[in-house]
Design a protein around this ligand. Structure first.
Ligand SMILES: [Zn+2]
Length: 293
């Protein structure tokens, strides 16, 4: 299979500045990115924004085939195992060489996604590698940023560097400040607006267009603490929602055999998957990062 050349739109100012890469529809059925990016590019076309310095590259629809089919991916999750396959075997591998070229050639990455369930907008960051990604996330307008995925999986011995390399992890290998924003659920009406605001706020935060980035009024940076796998048949103790508060000792889930999973700390629930198959991640917990003193 031949590598696919991605449809990108590049704006370059005369003044030198950061190289920003903004992606939509890495997962084909996540439509807020393409809509939010297109709205911004339409406004650029009529002179509503002017690039002051640097270069911004938009790839509104990274996975065109999956997007056309309204599916997450065609053959494999494009946001795992990101590497420049020399001899691609399927649709997603064919996207990767050009995607990797873009990811390795940016200083800032904004990868725009949505979630399968409705959720408040939030960002995935790596505050261990790049503490400044907290401020980047805060200025996008999201209420939460979540860090610590690698550590939480390492803690239970299920971390795998290859499968864990998504767009942001790959871009960070080349020094980029990178984050993934989840703008809401796939069908949430507010998601395209969140995506559009994130584009504007990102370019404002890095001083590439005029105006001030608008940080969220309330913002919490969270560290993922525990990943609980579903070991056998069972059910969540109740219908948890992401970012719902919980306290140490709360029962999170119960096995049919009677065993329970309990919260090990005060904090919040993340990404509950009530219908996860046995052997997969079932529920996550996180707690606020200590504020820098
Ligand atoms: Zn996604």
């Amino acid at each position: 299979m031949n590598p696919i050349s991605l449809k990108s739109f590049v704006y370059e100012a005369q003044q030198r500045g950061p190289r920003v890469l903004i992606l939509g529809a890495v997962h084909g059925n996540e439509t807020c990115g393409p809509i939010g990016i297109q709205k911004f590019m339409d406004e650029m076309a009529v002179g509503q924004h002017k690039l002051l310095n640097g270069r911004v590259t938009f790839i509104p629809i990274v996975n065109e085939k999956a997007h056309a089919l309204n599916v997450r991916f065609v053959d494999e999750n494009l946001n795992r195992n990101v590497m420049p396959h020399q001899t691609p075997q399927n649709n997603e591998q064919a996207i990767m060489p050009d995607l990797c070229r873009h990811l390795s050639d940016c200083d800032v990455l904004l990868d725009i996604h949505s979630a399968s369930e409705t959720t408040p907008p939030y960002a995935f960051i790596n505050a261990t590698l790049h503490p400044h990604e907290i401020e980047y996330a805060r200025h996008l307008g999201v209420a939460y940023a979540v860090t610590g995925w690698e550590d939480a999986y390492k803690k239970i011995g299920t971390y795998d560097e290859t499968t864990s390399t998504g767009t942001t992890e790959y871009a960070r290998k080349f020094g980029a400040t990178a984050l993934t924003i989840e703008c809401g659920g796939h069908v949430d009406e507010f998601a395209p607006r969140v995506a559009y605001d994130a584009v504007i706020n990102c370019l404002r935060y890095f001083e590439m267009i005029e105006g001030e980035a608008q940080p969220a009024a309330n913002f919490t940076a969270l560290k993922l603490e525990n990943v609980f796998y579903k070991q056998a048949a069972g059910a969540h103790a109740r219908q948890w929602r992401s970012f719902e508060p919980m306290a140490a000792g709360d029962i999170l889930a119960q096995y049919e055999t009677g065993g329970v999973i309990t919260a090990q700390h005060d904090g919040v629930i993340l990404l509950p998957r009530p219908n996860a198959p046995v052997g997969e991640e079932w529920i996550y917990t996180a707690q606020p990062l200590p504020r820098p003193s």
